[in-house]
Design a protein around this ligand. Structure first.
Ligand code: ATP
Ligand code: MG
Length: 363
């Protein structure tokens, strides 16, 4: 059998810096766990624009469709702000999501014990939190037609349309139930069935799919109540599934219960491939952070945790993913901190590469 394949797209800003640390981790798994990946690397975003005049070359797109998983760093930067919308770095990312049809965006909100006190960053975190938000990513109000700014009488009107088909709801619901089966078997679906037709259909379809998963405890919540409950008592949840708009807000809310942007991974999953596993792209939640790029200050953990998600969801290596997460926990417990994890504390931060080396040593 051939090795599992991984396409690495470091991108712009701190993307290449944090990806260099993931490379160390990948090398370790190859050398010490006999887990060898066919890794290829290519350009995306501003880096691809500089080389090819497009933020994603067709050859790169084709490669992304063939591999078992894509791991992306970050795209964009002030240098590209002047570009026409059609060639902006972000368009490279959007094209990947669209053409791979990555409809389920997984955003874990997990708090590491060692970071339970974030008071120096003026951030309150919820220790022991471990929840997963699944956001529908390819439909809903961000895409529905009609959309636009139109003339209506003597004024203009801005229109967006919330639109969901049954099959769009069904596939993201199914992905969420599958995830719940691998976790605590608890799924909460959030919409606004009290005031939105799409919400009524959402609730109906999720309930129907739930019949295939009798072991999963399914609940429904209006998204506004969900926001309140997420703030009041986040640990009541395990997996939450919601639409594109509500998911955008709720996943950011949940993320901040865990601390720093430099710690947050994500996965975007699509339909199953021939090997039974979903098409997938993994990326840190943070962007290219131009303010700290090139200075060795970036926290590589979000990107390394994104690779851990790839191990779990694309490579069937859940135990190895846990091993990697434990190594990160151990390094944090030993006091290693990049600058973003220190705030007003007087301690000296470690560099991006020192953090990567420490995680490899802990492995
Ligand atoms: P984008 O539009 O690409 O999402 P953004 O404007 O939201 O970008 P980010 O690039 O995500 O901004 O970063 C916001 C700030 O958070 C950065 O300026 C940086 O200081 C900090 N930051 C983000 N990621 C990291 C990281 N991995 N390590 C350390 N600091 C980070
Ligand atoms: Mg951002």
């Amino acid at each position: 059998m051939s090795n599992p394949s991984l396409l690495i797209l470091p991108g712009d800003g701190i993307g290449p810096e944090v990806m260099a640390e993931v490379r160390k981790i990948i090398d370790w798994f190859g050398a010490k766990r006999d887990l060898v990946f066919d890794v290829s690397e290519d350009l995306v975003g501003g880096a691809a624009y500089d080389a090819h005049g497009t933020p994603l070359h067709d050859d790169t797109m084709a490669k992304a469709q063939e591999v078992d998983a894509v791991l992306l760093g970050a795209v964009g930067g002030p240098k590209y702000d002047v570009l026409d919308f059609s060639v902006k770095p972000e368009r490279g990312l959007l094209r990947l999501r669209k053409e791979m049809d990555l409809f389920a965006n997984l955003r874990p909100a997990q708090c590491f014990d060692a970071l339970a006190d974030f008071s120096s960053l003026k951030t309150e975190v919820v220790s022991g939190l471990d929840i997963m938000i699944v956001r529908e990513l390819t439909s809903g109000v961000y895409f529905g037609e009609p959309r636009g700014i139109f003339e209506e009488g003597n004024e203009r009107v801005g229109i967006n349309t919330q639109r969901y088909t049954e099959s769009e709801i069904e596939r993201v619901a199914r992905a969420s139930f599958e995830l719940a089966m691998k976790r605590d078997k608890k799924l909460c679906s959030m919409e606004k069935a009290n005031v939105m037709e799409s919400g009524i259909l959402w609730r109906e379809v999720v309930t129907r799919v739930g019949a295939d998963y009798p072991e999963v405890e399914l609940s429904h919540m209006y998204a506004d109540a969900g926001a309140m409950q997420l703030t009041r008592w986040p640990k009541q949840f395990d997996v939450i599934v919601t639409d594109n708009l509500f998911g955008d807000l709720l996943s950011d809310l949940a993320a901040m219960l865990t601390g720093s942007l430099g710690m947050l991974p994500s996965a975007s999953l699509g339909a199953p491939m021939a090997n039974g596993r979903p098409k997938a792209m993994y990326e840190p939640v943070h962007g290219s952070a131009p303010d700290i790029a090139g200075q060795g200050k970036a926290n590589p953990i979000a990107c390394i945790l994104s690779f851990a998600m790839a191990l779990r969801y694309s490579f069937d290596q859940g135990d190895e993913a846990t091993r990697l997460e434990k190594a990160i926990e151990a390094v944090l417990a030993d006091g290693y901190r990049t600058a973003d994890l220190l705030g007003e504390e007087g301690r000296d931060p470690v560099s991006t590469s020192a953090m990567g080396d420490a995680i490899v040593a802990a492995l």
